[in-house]
Design a protein. Structure first.
Length: 213
């Protein structure tokens, strides 16, 4: 997508809230990898998907700044909940600063730790899961969460085009992130339990539908 086309699109969709815009600026000034933030366009899409699916329980793997968390919460009904799991507890002060200001904070539960340990303790079945954690572990995340997703539910996976590196041919052995995405894309392609589509939005967003058994 060209910069001109992206500018046009952003000028013709709903605006970011003042809170999200402030978080975006803060991330770009003070964080090492601000590009990891979901951003305006993807944030509005996540909200819209929640409007369409109407999930009552959502799981997010990889909170980072909580930008996507807040966007998902915007699209949830008042009695719905998003559980977001982040392993890097150094992000806690940043996340808490914005979570406390969110009008949707009552819908949000942040969990600090390894999702493999947190997930069983939640005792939930999810209508939607959003995967945006360590790319090396995407396959493990998928296999972990699949039993917790209801039949007819959705799994969204971010960064599945990985800046086009998926097309680079032979991947250096040290580049485990790209290999992780390649392995995940092949896993999803061959999973007959699901229907799936990759959206070429920003860095790629895969939408996966869990078929009824």
């Amino acid at each position: 997508m060209s910069d001109e086309l992206e500018t046009y699109i952003l000028g013709h969709i709903d605006e970011e809230s003042a809170l999200l815009a402030s978080m975006n600026r803060d991330a770009h000034v003070n964080l090492l990898r601000p590009r990891m933030i979901a951003g305006h366009l993807q944030g509005r899409l996540l909200k819209m998907l929640c409007r369409m699916v109407c999930p009552s329980r959502v799981l997010e793997i990889g909170t980072f700044t909580s930008y996507s968390t807040l966007c998902i919460a915007e699209g949830l009904a008042d009695d719905a909940i998003i559980h977001s799991v982040e392993i890097n507890d150094e992000m806690q002060p940043f996340v808490n600063k914005y979570l406390e200001q969110s009008p949707d904070k009552e819908k949000i539960r942040i969990h600090w730790g390894d999702v493999a340990e947190v997930l069983p303790s939640l005792n939930e079945t999810f209508d939607m899961v959003y995967i945006d954690g360590d790319k090396r572990d995407y396959c493990a995340y998928y296999e972990l969460v699949f039993p917790y997703v209801r039949d007819g539910g959705f799994i969204l996976a971010d960064n599945t085009l990985w800046s086009g590196k998926i097309l680079d041919g032979e991947i250096p052995s040290a580049d485990r992130h790209t290999q992780g995405i390649l392995d995940f894309n092949e896993l999803i392609k061959n999973d007959i339990r699901t229907e799936k589509v990759i959206l070429p939005l920003r860095d790629g967003l895969t939408v996966i539908y869990k078929k009824n058994e």
